[in-house]
Design a binder for this molecule. Structure first.
Ligand code: ADP
Ligand code: MG
Length: 296
């Protein structure tokens, strides 16, 4: 693992809470169709909590992340960072939130960086909106680049860097402002195992040192395993959650429940089931015995 991410001198520590209420998001395609990317997300994340978002491709993970980062606005529903409702903010306030309080690493290694600028210039750019007093509080550029193993690459232009170097630089830029919320969309997808562990270590160090709230989208079980909480998206909703190793499915709007993936094959769509309350905290789901004979 890396050396400690020592940003103790940073003056604005602490994470922010995140809350989604009935968040819906539609994309209008070029042909004029609506694609429903999120259909009613309810989610609450505590200040300083660290969460991994999982789920199949197309389940809405990236969309949700861009909404939390104030990059897009939801079509409906409300999103709060702490007490502030970012889903209602105007662009002027949102740009301040993005520049100082929330850092988002978008999916893919190229979209977070200025390709024709050097590593050093990218970090300076990420910090443009900080005030001069804030600037004194954050880690200096040389230390920041050393943390992600790019000290030798400070004056190299991004377009000549490897995918792994770009992902590490994107992380350095994202943490360079000392954010209260770090959102990272598959930040380790292009890294070797060793670099992956290093980058995930840096992300957790940020949480340890600043109490930053952290949300990471990942497909990698090794990455998810380092997070105390997982949220699994399914069809634009939160399908299930894992906390401290236990799995929970989440009841959605209108009582919708997703079966855990490993059971879904044995209980295919169209299967008739009975749901009977057994106790106040227990339901029994059963399939009629005659089902194989064609009852379903
Ligand atoms: P994930 O990150 O889980 O793969 P996304 O949030 O990228 O999911 O996508 C959710 C759904 O929204 C998918 O059906 C996807 O095709 C659609 N979608 C995402 N971005 C756009 C876009 N810019 N225009 C139209 N549809 C989109
Ligand atoms: Mg995605």
């Amino acid at each position: 693992m890396s050396e400690a991410y020592d940003v103790g001198e940073l003056g604005r520590p602490g994470g922010v809470a995140v809350r989604c209420q009935g968040v819906v998001h539609l994309y209008r395609t070029f042909e004029g169709h609506d694609v429903v990317a999120l259909q009613g997300v309810d989610l609450s994340i505590e200040p300083g909590e660290r969460v991994a978002f999982l789920g199949p491709s197309g389940s809405g993970k990236s969309t949700l992340l861009t909404l939390l980062g104030g990059i897009q606005k939801p079509s409906a529903g409300r999103i709060f960072l702490g007490d502030e409702e970012i889903s209602r903010m105007g662009e002027r306030f949102l740009s301040r939130v993005r520049a100082r309080r929330v850092s988002t690493m978008l999916q893919g290694s190229t979209r977070n960086l200025l390709p024709y600028a050097t590593a050093r210039q990218n970090i300076a750019f990420a910090r443009l909106a900080l005030s001069s007093s804030e600037r004194k509080e954050v880690l200096d550029e040389r230390d920041l680049l050393a943390k992600v193993g790019l000290e030798e690459t400070a004056d190299q232009v991004v377009s000549t860097m490897s995918g792994g170097q770009r992902q590490r630089l994107a992380l350095a830029c994202a943490v360079s402002t000392g954010p209260q919320l770090l959102l990272a969309d598959e930040p380790t997808s292009q890294l070797s195992h060793e670099d992956r562990d290093h980058v995930i270590g840096l992300i957790h160090d940020l949480g340890d040192d600043l109490g930053t709230t952290i949300v990471v989208v990942t497909h990698q079980p090794e990455v998810a395993a380092t997070f105390p909480r997982t949220v699994t998206m399914k069809g634009g909703r939160v399908g299930s959650e894992g906390r401290d190793g236990a799995e929970y499915v989440v009841i959605g709007a209108e009582g919708v429940v997703h079966l855990p993936t490993h059971l879904a094959a044995e209980w295919p769509p169209g299967t008739l089931v009975r749901i009977e309350p057994e106790q106040v905290d227990r339901l029994v789901v059963s399939r009629p015995r005659g089902e194989e004979e064609g009852l379903a």
